[in-house]
Design a binder for this molecule. Structure first.
Ligand code: CMX
Length: 482
């Protein structure tokens, strides 16, 4: 039965290929993840997982609740708590060498296993990833179709919110600020806030949280497009009739922005999948978790996440990379793109006291597989693009420069190094807007995780802080008594 469903999900030809080329553990994990997929709606599927997961957490806490998961050094307390294991986050896990796994599945595995758009889509549908993130199951095509239809039904943004967005000072206000404002403006429809005000029991919060998460995710493409068209196209919007019939989120985003090419639809699907989640400790995910832990509803929590994503060391690197690449091209002028010329320009950036955007990572210690997935897309669709060639050449140059500089723990490129040149190739040249796309995608992971925070009844976050004086006295006292 399980294998039969797997055959259906993959198609017979893919299955034969997979059997030959996949390590058996991947095969087994995939079959396991399909094994309980009988629900016809996402809500039903999540509901069926709640009690077993609550029981699992209860058992783990009973057995290991007093074990030490990690110890925190003074340097970690000053150093952004780097690598400190002090959170539980179910939807994804980041391995320093392998990169991200969504519910146990790597990016190439997700590309192989998740359903694609019909008739000839090449990239996974973001709706399929949403199912995987929320339930841990690889959905069937009909399950993904049910999510597509559900999100489509919820996609229209209330006209009063659109009117308020139209009134913002677009020329002076960064698109990420507009985005954060937009999400806060949508908050007045929160089912979670309403249920809380009416005294709903804590055990049911997850249902309202899921309801809000789905509505918010569904509306983000239209919100992003409104910001884009207001800021860069004089408020000339794509007519609603052109969007209403579009079935999936990636294509809806592409078409609402004003792009009509199938290849760009595919890029948006890939983009939405790649940026969705990166375990729990990154700034945007942690901000969503933290604010949500005060039982702020998903709109308020996600707006907080967006404000964190807008920082240049996090999501804003998406825009900074393209600017840096364009500056580099300008500085090169007529000189060829040789290793020596690029090296010199990279050193110039470092000497000016700036980071090289799109390189390095707080957790990863190898090339980001999200970079690799985008590179594969570029190799297929834009191999001769000048900017792609620049990015490819920098892969040979920057890690060596950063290693020579001797500070970075990871000299390899991250996701942000690649995304800008793909968007630019298809005509989305306004780099200020790029982090908004990142934000649309990040909703899939962070809001899925938030639903689980409420389902598992996680309490308000409140780590203990200490002062420098406290640290000094604590350790001085300890060394005297030793
Ligand atoms: N260029 C120059 N210097 C860099 C660098 C880079 N790309 N990456 C790290 N460094 C420097 C750090 O600034 C730090 O210097 P100081 O000791 O003088 O403060 C030193 O190397 C050690 O840093 P690290 O431990 O290797 O990296 P962190 O965990 O502190 O920071 C990150 C991680 C991503 C913020 C950093 O690598 C960076 O600034 N990269 C460029 C910006 C970027 O691409 N951000 C996007 C990351 C992905 C995402 O979240 O979207």
């Amino acid at each position: 039965m399980h294998c039969a469903r797997f055959v259906l999900a993959l198609g017979r030809r893919d299955l034969r290929r997979a059997e030959k080329s996949w390590p058996s553990d991947v095969w087994k994990r995939a079959v396991r993840a399909l094994s309980t997929s009988s629900a016809t709606s996402l809500q039903e599927a999540v509901r069926s997982k709640i009690e077993p997961m609550r029981a699992q957490v209860h058992e783990v806490r009973e057995r290991f609740g007093e074990e030490v998961l990690d110890a925190c050094t003074v340097n970690q307390a000053y150093g952004g708590m780097r690598s400190l294991k002090a959170m539980v986050y179910e939807t994804s896990l980041l391995d320093p060498q392998e990169g991200i796994r969504f519910r146990g599945f790597s990016i190439p595995e997700c590309q192989r296993l998740l359903p694609r758009a019909k008739p000839s889509g090449e990239q996974p549908l973001p709706e399929g990833l949403l199912w995987l993130l929320l339930t841990g199951e690889i959905p069937t095509e009909s399950q993904v179709e049910s999510v597509c239809q559900d999100l489509k039904r919820r996609a229209a943004v209330p006209p009063e919110v659109l009117r308020l967005l139209d009134e913002l000072p677009h020329e002076r206000m960064h698109p990420m600020t507009q985005f954060s404002v937009a999400v806060s403006l949508l908050q007045h429809e929160s089912k979670m806030a309403e249920a809380y005000a009416q005294g709903a029991p804590k055990s049911t919060f997850w249902e309202y949280c899921l309801e809000d998460a789905l509505t918010l995710i569904a509306r983000l493409p239209a919100v992003a497009a409104r910001i884009y068209r207001n800021t860069f196209h004089g408020g000339k919007h794509v007519p609603a009739e052109k969007i209403e019939k579009v079935d999936d989120m990636g294509m809806r985003l592409a078409r609402s922005l004003g792009f009509e090419l199938n290849e760009f639809d595919e890029l948006m699907r890939l983009y939405l999948v790649l940026h969705a989640d990166h375990e729990g400790g990154n700034v945007s995910a942690h901000a969503v978790r933290l604010v949500g832990s005060a039982l702020s509803d998903p709109y308020l929590s996600f707006a907080a996440g967006l404000n964190g994503l807008a920082g240049p060391l996090h999501g804003l690197a998406n825009q900074e990379v393209l600017r840096w690449l364009l500056q580099m091209k300008e500085k090169l002028g007529n000189r060829p793109m040789t290793t020596e010329n690029l090296r010199e320009l990279c050193w110039e950036t470092l000497r000016e006291g700036h980071v090289i955007p799109g390189f390095g990572h707080a957790v990863l210690r190898r090339t980001d597989p999200r970079y690799t997935a985008q590179r594969e897309f570029a190799l297929k669709h834009l191999p001769h693009d000048e900017m792609f060639q620049l990015v490819s050449k920098l892969y040979e140059v920057v890690p060596r420069v950063l290693e020579e500089q001797g500070k970075v723990k990871n000299p390899w490129p991250n996701v942000d190094q690649h995304s800008g040149i793909l968007l630019r190739y298809y005509g989305l040249v306004e780099s200020n807007f790029y982090t908004v796309l990142f934000g649309v995608s990040r909703a899939l992971g962070t809001l899925s995780s938030l639903v689980w925070d409420r389902a598992l009844g996680l309490p308000i976050e409140r780590p203990k802080s200490v002062t420098t004086q406290w640290i000094r006295e604590h350790f001085e006292k300890r060394s005297v008594s030793a």
